[in-house]
Design a protein around this ligand. Structure first.
Ligand code: NDP
Length: 390
């Protein structure tokens, strides 16, 4: 398949496993315009973060017994960004030219994340001990820079980790997808069904994350991990540029996809979403208020900390049902790209490795927190992610 006219072919692979016949030179990585665009994007999302929020939520209790407050306006930021982009496109903004800049943009985002993490490291040097994360404070400069020293670095009420977690990267990802869809429409007359599916599924995932933004306050990233290069790079560079690989692939490798197969793939995505949303909402509701009628009847185990663990409902099926749903969705995002190339399955494979590692990390933390009660939970719910398999 020839690359689109006048463009580079960053995803043109020789075969399913072969190396790319074309590798860009280093000079193609750097563009001051890409850096400017990247910083403008961050500035826009920061401005949207500062707008009045429909709700201000409290985070989990910290070491010093205080709780931080977080604006719940991520979905509003998505809608306002869509409106601004829509206005821009109707006024002639060449959004479909964005795919041509992906390489320098990814480089600019990586550079930004690196410099940002250095500043976060320096900021942590003057932070009180109670503000430091449980990990990321080993004394080894590189390790601590990578994991992040401060748990919730802030300037006034602006929380850097919470801001980066869901907004610039996730909204940037769907914007890149949209630009790829528009470029495909320009090249081939209309976007393909496969491109619509990938855009639709991933938009649903991002919109869901922002709609249920408050649920992020009980995740490992917010409660446990410091904010360093790992999260900054992941949020700002890795997510938008690698999670859009399926749409990038489809631009260069259009796939014929009929309605019967498309409907089956939609069904897989719906099943994954149902499990993912059900599990995340159940745990979040339970953690916020265990007497909530939606979770009050579920069976639980008491722990020495006073917190209880769910052993029925989604959390009685496997110990991380939310990861199972997420993985099923990841598979549905790759299937529209066919089965003859490995690249669109990169996300599914990488994500499997990430979630297996993350699950293991979480289990160790839970064992430390809950001791015997955690052993009891593992005895009653023996599988980690996939029932009867793992
Ligand atoms: P979880 O939301 O699964 O949170 C784990 C915590 O839940 C545990 O530490 C424990 O904390 C609590 N918990 C565990 N078991 C139980 C139980 N039986 N009853 C009650 N509480 C329990 O972790 P993540 O932050 O890893 O994931 C959040 C979501 O984000 C997932 O859906 C995941 O798939 C997704 N994700 C997506 C990524 C992506 O790149 N697309 C990357 C990472 C995550 P405690 O007891 O202290 O409340």
């Amino acid at each position: 398949m020839a690359p689109p006219q006048g463009s580079r072919a960053p995803l043109e692979f020789g075969g399913p496993l072969g190396p790319p016949p074309y590798l860009p030179g280093l000079e193609e990585l750097w563009s001051p315009w890409a850096l400017l665009l990247c910083l403008t994007w961050l500035g826009l999302q920061a401005a949207l973060y500062l707008l009045p929020a429909r709700k201000v939520a409290e985070g989990q209790e910290l070491k010093d017994k205080s709780r931080l407050r977080y604006p719940i306006n991520g979905f509003q930021a998505l809608v306002l960004t869509a409106l601004l982009v829509g206005l821009g496109v109707s006024a002639g903004l060449p959004l479909s030219a964005l795919p041509e800049m992906l390489l320098p943009l990814a480089f600019a985002a990586t550079l930004t994340a690196f410099i940002f993490s250095l500043l976060l490291y320096l900021k942590a040097l003057v932070a009180p001990a109670s503000a430091l994360a449980p990990g990321g404070n080993s004394g080894n400069l590189i390790y601590d820079f990578f994991l992040g020293r401060e748990l919730n670095p802030r300037i006034c009420s602006f929380d850097f980790k919470y801001f980066c977690e869901l907004r610039p990267g996730l909204i940037g990802w769907v914007l890149i997808n949209l630009a790829l869809l528009m470029q495909e429409a320009e090249l081939r007359g209309s976007p393909s069904l496969a491109m619509w599916l990938v855009n639709g599924f991933q938009l649903l995932y991002v919109a869901d994350a922002l709609w249920y933004e408050e649920a992020v306050l009980t995740t490992m990233d917010i409660i446990h991990d410091g904010f360093g290069f790992m999260l900054a790079f992941g949020d700002l560079a890795w997510v938008p540029f690698t999670y859009s690989l399926q749409a990038q692939f489809l631009l260069y490798h259009p796939q014929p996809l009929g309605w019967p197969l498309a409907s089956f793939i939609c069904l897989i995505n719906a099943v994954g979403y149902y499990i993912f949303r059900g599990a995340n909402s159940q745990k979040n509701t339970f953690r916020k208020n265990p007497s909530d009628p939606r979770v009050a009847d579920l069976e639980t185990i008491s722990t020495a900390t006073g917190r209880r663990l769910l052993v029925s409902g989604w959390w009685g099926m496997v110990r991380h049902p939310n990861y199972l749903g997420d993985l099923i969705m990841a598979l549905a995002w790759s299937l529209p790209c066919g089965v003859f190339h490995l690249l669109p399955y990169f996300y599914f494979l990488y994500f499997t490795a990430l979630l297996v590692h993350r699950e293991d990390r979480d289990e160790r933390q839970c064992l430390q927190k809950y001791g015997l009660a955690w052993h009891e939970y593992c005895r009653r719910v023996p599988y980690r992610i996939v029932p009867y398999v793992y």
